[in-house]
Design a protein around this ligand. Structure first.
Ligand code: XMP
Length: 524
């Protein structure tokens, strides 16, 4: 059975990924395409429904962004969201104009029709008025012929419209954001009700599809090399590939000395759990002790970007050396690329570079390896669910993100083995206490950082002059912005007591209360 699919045509909205996630949450597979995708590409994909996103642009520009004319007679239901509604109106003979009052934030949506016939069921189970999230300065000012008005909001006459006969629907608000409480129902009504799609995109099916696809892609033979970071993505890739090609998968873990406590042990234990749920065989993991190489390259370096560049460079070198000497039959390099990276890198005019992210991007060309990316169409939460289905332990799969350059970006100042040890111990205490207090899974990311200034303290009647640890716990949905979490007082007291007692060289612990922005999540 093939999955039903939805195509999202992206007009540059900041919420495009959210639309895709909402559709997948309903259980329907969905992919993003450029707003001007060609008919051939779209027919090749074979969507049973199309969604048009919002946009920072305006239909009143001299050459506004438009989809290809063909989509209006493509033969599948279309839902326009915000700009998607305006562009639908404009292309089909209606009019758009500047709103008298822009709406940014909450607004009341009031239905003007009884749900059923006039709206095709789009607003089934909706109250007559509901709170929705708006973000627009333009609006539809005249409906195209054949369309009916379905709803209005305080400042917007046409809050929703439809031409049920042509299966064209549009809403001015943003059903994809969590602030719109009725958003999930609207997507269900549209996808399952109006479009009649089947909700088959479930973690169990996704897992099997990923395994089958990888087996097919790699059927010609040759070993596959995978760099394990200890993170969720590379671990899930390992389990998928191991199920697909067995011992042809070679996992290499470069221990740069900047990993969390017991990292390689934790990964191997997680694989053991997954193998018990699967074939019973463990993937081969080769841990390379490259600590000396990294620490000597980082000696005396304090500049954050220089550290990141050095770690990236040394990583490629260590990996390269291992492959050449140990794995002559390697033909492929596997990577844990996920869908948000794919969507973002396809976007024009990417955001300013804040940090050089460390990954193994330069490797495949240098090593003449073909790239395999088994999870490139998945969102992080889907990767985690697949991981669980494949038997990786819950706590491992739902771990907080950990940056590629490891503890280095949390060691302000020079990175030395001693300072890395201090931070590793403090980090381990903090994370274990979060688990013990039952707080870990309610936080998006928690970390400890080592501050390179000393402060005076007193330990056992003696004056000490030691470095400080800063603790940070944040909540975020997309890691682009983040707010600080208020941790329970007693938990913080325990963590501080344990760190100052158990980590030599630390006599003061601070709690970082800075949101992102202005601070980033990591310290460097
Ligand atoms: P920032 O510090 O930019 O972090 O607010 C946002 C998220 O990205 C993670 N991060 C990284 N992940 N390689 C990674 O794989 C990196 O170089 C890197 N730098 C930051 C960070 O942990 C947070 O989740």
């Amino acid at each position: 059975m093939l999955d039903d699919k939805v195509a999202v045509l992206d007009f540059g909205s900041q919420y495009t990924q959210l639309i895709v996630r909402r559709v997948r949450e309903v259980g329907v597979y969905c992919e993003v395409f450029g707003h001007d995708v060609s008919e051939d590409v779209l027919r090749g994909f074979g969507p049973k429904s199309i969604i048009l996103t919002g946009s920072p642009r305006s239909t009143m520009e001299e050459s506004p962004l438009k989809p290809g004319e063909f989509i209006w007679s493509f033969g599948v239901p279309i839902l326009g969201v915000c700009y998607g509604m305006q562009v639908m109106a404009m292309c089909l003979g209606g009019r758009t104009g500047k709103s008298e009052k822009s709406e940014f934030g909450y607004s009341e949506l009031s239905l003007d029709v009884e749900t059923g016939q006039a709206d095709g069921g789009l607003f089934k189970d909706f109250p007559v008025t509901s709170r929705v999230w708006m973000s627009h300065g333009d609006e539809v000012s005249q409906l195209p012929a054949g369309f009916s008005k379905l709803a209005h909001s305080q400042n917007c006459c046409y809050g929703a419209m439809a031409n049920v006969e042509r299966q064209l629907f549009a809403v001015q608000h943003h059903p994809e954001v969590t602030e719109t409480a009725t958003g999930g129902v609207l997507f269900e009504n549209f996808l399952l009700g109006i479009c009649g799609l089947r909700a088959t995109w479930t973690p169990a099916r996704i897992s099997q599809q990923m395994i089958d696809k990888a087996a097919e892609e790699l059927k010609e033979g040759g070993d596959v090399l995978l760099g394990l970071s200890g993170g969720v993505d590379s671990s899930v890739v390992a389990v998928i590939l191991h199920r697909a090609i067995g011992p042809r998968l070679k996992c290499v873990m470069i221990d740069h000395g900047l990993m969390r406590s017991d990292e390689s042990k934790n990964v191997v234990e997680a694989f053991r759990a997954a193998s018990e749920a699967g074939s019973g065989m463990l993937p081969e993991v080769h841990v390379v002790d490259a600590r000396e190489q990294f620490f000597s390259a980082l000696k005396g370096v304090t500049d954050p970007e220089a550290k990141r560049r050095i770690i990236g460079r040394e990583f490629v070198e260590a990996f390269d050396r291992e492959v050449v000497t140990k794995y002559p039959n390697v033909k492929y390099l596997a990577q844990g690329t996920i869908y948000p990276d794919v969507i973002e890198s396809a976007k024009v005019g990417n955001a300013a570079l804040i940090k050089t992210h460390h990954n193994v991007g330069g490797l495949p060309e240098k090593m003449k390896l073909k790239l395999v990316e088994p999870i490139r169409m998945l969102f992080k939460d889907e990767v985690r669910r697949v991981g669980e289905i494949l038997g990786l332990p819950h706590d491992f799969v739902w771990r907080h993100p950990f940056p590629g350059p490891g503890l280095a970006v949390r060691i302000l100042g020079e990175v030395t083995p001693e300072r890395a040890d201090k931070l590793r111990k403090a980090d381990d205490i903090f994370i274990k206490e979060l688990f013990r207090a039952g707080c870990y899974h309610n936080i998006s990311q928690a970390l400890a950082a080592l501050i390179p200034s000393k402060a005076v303290g007193v330990k056992g009647d003696e004056r000490v002059y030691e470095e400080m640890i800063s603790l940070r716990a944040i909540h975020t949905t997309d890691f682009m912005t983040a707010t600080v979490v208020d941790l329970p007082h007693q938990l913080l007291v325990n963590v501080v007591r344990r760190i100052t007692n158990e980590v030599p060289g630390i006599s003061r612990v601070l709690y970082d209360y800075t949101d992102k922005p202005p601070a980033t999540i990591e310290y460097e």
